[in-house]
Design a protein around this ligand. Structure first.
Ligand SMILES: Nc1nc2c(ncn2[C@@H]2O[C@H](COP(=O)(O)OP(=O)(O)O)[C@@H](O)[C@H]2O)c(=O)[nH]1
Ligand SMILES: [Mg+2]
Length: 288
C-alpha cells in the first residue's frame, strides 16, 4: 500500500479487485496507476502495477491474435451480461428463449451462426443474455471473456461433453461460471439441471444467475417523494459513497448524510458515506 494513498486510490484498488473481465481489469489498473501517489515511497508499488498492466495488455493482444484479430463484441445493456456457452444441440437457443423470449432453437447443429441476444427479467432487474455459436471460435469466446458470468450448458445425456467443456473453461480461464445440465433426453442429471423446453427449473436458474452476479439493487429517492421504481445495481459490498458517486459526482462532493430504509438500524435512519448498502435498500441522499 503506497504511503499517503488517498481515497481515490482505495476506490480504484477496490474497482480493480472487483474487475472480472480482462478489459475491465486493464481499465481499472490504468485508473489505479493514474491516481497512485507520485512520491518516492510509492515508486515500488507503481512499478509493480505497471508490470501487471503490461502483462494484461499482452494477454489481450494474444487473445486477439488467436481470433485472427477479429473480436465480436455485444454492447452491454441492463445490469450485467451473461454468456451461454455449449456444444451444438445442447439447447442454448432453447434456453435463451426460455430466459428471454428470444431465440430460434433448431435440430440442425450449428444453426446459430452469430451471437444472439435477449433480455431476461429477474424480478425488477434486466439482465442481458447472449448465446454464442457452438463453434466457440475465439472471436465469439471473447464475448464470454467480457461478460460478467458464463453459463456452461451441456446435454445431461452426454457426460463426455462436460469433460470437453471443462477443458474449454480451464483453457480460457473463465472465472465466474455456472454449470447447467439441460435435460433433453436424459432421465436425470448430476448437478444443477433445467429443461429448457418445458421451462422446468428455469426460474431457479434465473435466481442462481442473479446471485452469482453478486449485485445489489438500490432504489434512490428524493426527500418527500416516493422512491424510484427502477433500481440501480451496484456490486455487493458497496457503500453509500459508491451510490452517491454513481448518481452524480456532485452528490459525493456535497454529501451531508443519507437516509436508508432496509439495511439501516431503523427505517429512514441517517448514515454516512461508509455505510454498506444491502440489496433492496432505499436511499435518500442529502446534500448541502
Ligand atoms: N426435449 C427437449 N428438447 C430440447 C431441449 N433443449 C433443446 N431441445 C431441442 O434440441 C434441439 C437443439 O436445441 P438448440 O437450442 O437449437 O441447441 P443449440 O445448438 O445449443 O442452440 C432443438 O430441436 C431443440 O428444440 C430440452 O430441454 N428438451
Ligand atoms: Mg443455438
Amino acid at each position: 500500500m503506497p504511503v499517503n494513498a488517498g481515497y481515490d486510490y482505495f476506490a480504484a484498488q477496490k474497482k480493480y479487485q472487483e474487475a472480472k473481465t480482462l478489459d475491465e481489469k486493464i481499465r481499472a489498473l490504468e485508473e489505479l496507476i493514474r491516481v497512485s501517489p507520485g512520491h518516492k515511497g510509492a515508486e515500488n508499488v507503481l512499478a509493480q502495477l505497471k508490470t501487471k498492466l503490461s502483462k494484461l495488455k499482452s494477454q489481450r493482444v494474444s487473445a486477439k491474435k488467436k481470433s485472427g484479430g477479429r473480436v465480436t463484441t455485444v454492447p452491454k445493456t441492463g445490469a450485467a451480461q451473461v454468456c451461454i456457452v455449449g456444444f451444438a444441440n445442447s439447447g442454448k437457443s432453447e434456453l435463451l428463449k426460455a430466459l428471454t423470449g428470444i431465440g430460434e432453437p433448431s435440430p440442425t447443429p450449428y444453426s446459430t451462426k452469430s451471437p444472439r441476444v435477449g433480455m431476461m427479467l429477474y424480478e425488477d432487474v434486466q439482465i442481458q443474455i447472449v448465446e454464442i455459436p457452438s463453434s466457440m471460435q475465439p472471436e465469439f469466446l471473447s464475448i464470454a471473456h467480457n461478460s460478467e458470468l458464463v453459463v456452461f450448458l451441456y446435454d445431461a445425456a452426454k457426460p463426455e461433453d462436460v469433460e470437453r467443456l471443462m477443458e474449454t473453461a480451464e483453457r480460457e480461464d473463465l472465472k465466474n461460471v455456472l454449470w447447467v445440465a439441460n435435460v433433453i433426453s436424459a432421465k436425470k442429471a448430476v448437478g444443477f439441471a433445467v429443461n429448457a423446453s418445458t421451462g422446468e427449473n428455469v426460474d431457479e436458474l434465473k435466481r442462481a444467475v442473479w446471485h452469482r452476479l453478486r449485485l445489489v439493487r438500490i432504489y434512490t429517492k428524493v426527500a418527500g417523494k416516493p422512491a424510484e421504481t427502477r433500481p440501480m445495481t451496484l456490486p455487493k459490498g458497496c457503500t453509500v459513497r459508491d451510490v452517491a458517486r454513481d448518481v452524480h459526482k456532485d452528490f459525493l462532493k456535497n454529501f451531508k448524510f443519507a437516509r436508508v430504509w432496509g439495511s439501516a438500524k431503523f427505517p429512514g435512519a441517517q448514515v454516512g458515506l461508509d455505510h454498506i448498502v444491502k440489496d433492496k435498500d432505499t436511499i435518500e441522499i442529502h446534500v448541502s
